[in-house]
Design a protein around this ligand. Structure first.
Ligand SMILES: NC(=O)C1=CN([C@@H]2O[C@H](COP(=O)(O)OP(=O)(O)OC[C@H]3O[C@@H](n4cnc5c(N)ncnc54)[C@H](OP(=O)(O)O)[C@@H]3O)[C@@H](O)[C@H]2O)C=CC1
Ligand SMILES: O=C(O)C1=N[C@H](C(=O)O)C[C@H](O)C1
Length: 248
């Protein structure tokens, strides 16, 4: 049994995950932390692994606090870019046995969407990412969209692809989206969405779309449980769920 604490336990993902952990074999939910609670409760409960689903402004410091105490960490909170991952690596190096995994998206379909998008990207002149989320989300673009753009950009660099064609010279309001490593990313916030994303690839005479929709937070739970079961035996820093799923 792995003893698990959830940070952000009263939030949308934290509360759904707490219920999934309680129902999962091999995991024991020993603490739930939210605003106003002392992190020391994680140590007092003798948690071996912590699941982080707090907001992006506090998640890094909380993960560091846990790693410094030798507690494994599974990070679901968005906004962990290359800089934060490098800092996690510094924290973990020299602390034998402790592991941290940063997972931009726990849903199996989203993991595959990112892989397929990277695979397809060098074959098309154009590629853009459109992410659609509920309007209570505080960060844009989504962590999934950023990761998708990063893996697309890497695949195009590796293949020696040309820059994306775009004649736009006037865009005072940013209608062409954010540019993540040169890939346009567009964020929609509308009631009715949980988390959706479409990667649009274009070539002369054809459009290829790769779309994923999470219509319920249930979609993230198998990935959350798998990462929590995996982390105690995988020290160091891991990014993405691919290795957990045996996709690497
Ligand atoms: N990796 C993945 O697959 C997924 C990642 N996410 C990401 O997870 C994160 C959380 O999303 P979501 O659950 O929707 O957000 P919520 O706002 O519903 O949950 C965040 C929770 O953390 C609490 N919190 C804030 N600060 C602290 C603190 N210092 N200590 C303890 N708890 C704190 C919040 O309390 P309060 O509301 O009072 O501020 C809230 O209860 C986001 O970054 C989101 O992008 C979401 C879905 C899937
Ligand atoms: O805030 C959310 O809801 C989600 N956040 C993650 C992200 O930023 O990519 C994962 C998923 O898209 C849901």
């Amino acid at each position: 049994m792995t003893r698990v604490a959830v940070l952000g336990a009263k939030g949308r993902m934290g509360s759904t995950s707490a219920a999934a952990i309680e129902a999962a074999e091999g995991l024991d939910l020993v603490a739930g932390i939210d605003v106003g609670d002392d992190l020391e409760a994680v140590v007092e409960a003798d948690a071996e692994a912590v699941l982080v689903f707090t907001t992006p402004d506090v998640a890094f410091d909380q993960a560091r606090w846990c790693l410094e105490r030798g507690i494994h960490v599974v990070i679901g909170t968005s906004g962990f870019g290359d800089d934060q991952v490098a800092r996690l690596r510094e924290l973990v190096d020299g602390r034998s046995g402790v592991g941290v995994i940063v997972v931009p998206n726990f849903s199996i379909g989203a993991v595959l969407m990112m892989r397929f998008a990277a695979q397809a990207a060098p074959f098309f002149e154009s590629v853009e990412v459109i992410e659609m989320h509920h309007p209570d989300k505080v960060d844009a673009p989504s962590g999934t969209a950023v990761r998708t753009a990063e893996v697309i950009a890497q695949a195009r660099r590796d293949a020696g692809s040309d820059p994306l064609p775009d004649a736009t010279t006037t865009d005072p309001d940013g209608a062409r989206g954010a540019k993540v490593e040169g890939i346009p990313v567009h964020a929609v916030r509308a009631r009715g969405f949980i988390a959706s994303q479409e990667v649009v690839l274009g070539d002369p005479g054809e459009i290829f779309s790769i779309r994923h929709d999470s219509s319920s937070r249930e979609s993230f739970m198998p990935g959350v449980v798998a990462a929590l079961r995996w982390i105690p035996s995988h020290p160091g820093v891991t990014v993405g769920l691919d290795e957990v799923l045996g996709l690497e």
